[in-house]
Ligand binder design. Structure first.
Ligand code: GFB
Length: 310
């Protein structure tokens, strides 16, 4: 059967990176716009899957956001993610799609998991409260893949990325993650000649950041080479403090002023570096350094977002 891969969520940062990679490899990709198919509507998703018959699905469709979005819109995060993933995973099984790669997040692990966090830490302790609704939805997604594998023999797998950044990120200051938010803040401060930029929290939390093109290679690598019940981590292998990432982005954006820390904003989990030794042993490793990745992502922001009329 000729391969046809549905990248669900192809307009987002992760889905667009995976689509670019698959197309550069000459592989056949199918996508569908949100205006044509609302992934929260089960009969429509099932109909679309039966009509289009992909041979594999890469699942990058999700309601995502930074620390503030997660804690402000918990109902949206749990409802959208649970319905989208249940519709796609169940619909894939009903339509006879045998391969599916589900994407989760490092926030599935307990807030105080031993570091670096191995896959076996799942459900060994309480979650980080700021994103527990998103995390529970993603945990349900992992277990759904396992359930369809166990009961129906479906080759559905789950990949857990660390914090990501890159082209097509969300640069909205209220709902974005830290890297795009700081790119925007430093760019604006430089343009307006401001003497300081406000960074949320204490600056002490540690985060593991991976360029989305590296993640895309990891996901496609898993589609081709990984077929197991247990989910698999995909991270950069090192972490940095929020203060360090802020200073690096300030350098990339040539902002010379001061950083101030707004401690009324949440820090979130203190640290979440994953143990990615399993995927590395299989043959994947990141290729884009943090410095290089931040420079290219900032360049993308300048060309595609900063110039756009608002
Ligand atoms: O990227 P971020 O929102 O995600 O925040 P999480 C990371 C850290 O950066 C937190 C700090 O300690 C923030 O307080 N930070 C500093 C900022 N300045 C800013 C800013 O201007 N904007 C933002 N957004 N943060 C998310 C989860 O957690 O990570 C999601 O909520 C998902 O569920 C994602 O798992 C990968 O790493 O804290």
């Amino acid at each position: 059967m000729e391969e046809l891969i549905w990248v669900a969520g192809h307009r987002g940062m992760v889905g667009s990176a995976i689509t670019r990679l698959l197309e550069s490899q000459g592989r056949k990709v199918i996508t569908v716009d949100r205006s044509v198919l609302d992934l929260r509507r089960q009969p429509e998703v099932e109909f679309w899957l039966r009509a289009n018959q992909p041979t594999a699905i890469i699942f990058a469709a999700a309601k995502v956001g930074g620390i503030l979005a997660n804690s402000t819109y918990p109902a949206d995060f749990i409802y959208d993610n649970l319905t989208i993933q249940t519709n796609i995973i169940h619909g894939a099984h009903k339509a006879g799609v045998d391969r599916l790669v589900f994407l989760g997040s490092s926030c599935i692990y307990p807030k105080l998991a031993p570091q670096p966090i191995s896959e076996t830490a799942l459900m060994t302790g309480p979650l980080e409260p700021t994103n527990q609704w998103y995390a529970i939805a993603k945990i349900a997604g992992i277990m759904s893949c396992q359930a369809y594998r166990q009961q129906h023999g479906r080759r559905y797998i789950s990949v857990m990325p660390c914090n990501l950044y890159g082209p097509n990120d969300n640069f909205d200051l209220e709902t974005s993650h830290v890297i795009p938010a700081l790119m925007r803040k430093f760019h604006r401060a430089k343009r307006e000649g401001a003497s300081e930029v406000v960074v949320w929290g204490t600056g002490t939390p540690l985060r593991e950041f991976l360029h989305v093109d590296d993640l895309a290679r990891g996901v496609v690598f898993c589609l081709d080479n990984y077929d197991e019940y247990e989910h698999i981590n995909c991270g950069a292998g090192f972490d940095v403090t929020i203060r360090e990432i802020a200073e690096t982005i300030a350098g990339v954006a040539s902002f010379k002023g001061a950083l101030t820390f707004d401690t009324t904003k949440p820090d979130g989990t203190p640290r979440k570096i994953m143990d990615s030794s399993r995927i590395r042993a299989l043959g994947w490793k990141p290729e884009i350094s943090l410095e290089e990745g931040l420079k290219s992502a900032y360049g993308w922001y300048l060309e595609n977002v900063a110039q756009a009329p608002r």
